[in-house]
Ligand binder design. Sequence first.
Ligand code: UDP
Ligand code: MG
Length: 140
Amino acid sequence: MKGNRTFTMIKPDAVKAGHIGAILAKINEAGFKIVAMKYTKLSAEKAGEFYAVHSARPFYGELVEFMSSGPIVAAILEKDNAVEDFRDLIGATNPADAKPGTIRAMFAKNIGENAIHGSDSDENATIEGTFHFSGTEIFA
Ligand code: UDP
Ligand code: MG
């Protein structure tokens, strides 16, 4: 059975550009319930840990620098088929390839500064949610 939770971050580019409200509205309109949320900033160390799976990729250094460059909004979202439906809502990694109306098509600057994160599997949704939130910060 597919899980009903995913993890997201509104990335520093979208926060800086003033898009928090518009992005949260899109998330709500798409039927996701917010079960945990915080406005926070990742240290370079924490950003490196979060994206450790990409540590061998050429963009890793830039990604860590970008993700620790300013505040983010982290959240756990609930909906049937959450992971897949949220990836559909955010669109392709590169906004040039993202379908019109998706969050990345609307708000992302480029393939690196692409406005929003969404977990890619139920397993990673759990790992990533636990990375940012303790049990007492999640309200089912
Ligand atoms: N990224 C990048 N350059 C690339 C690919 C990815 O800077 O060529 C960044 C981008 O911010 C992306 C993140 O690394 O969101 C994680 O990459 P992934 O392939 O997991 O994309 P996502 O799952 O976020 O769509
Ligand atoms: Mg990914």
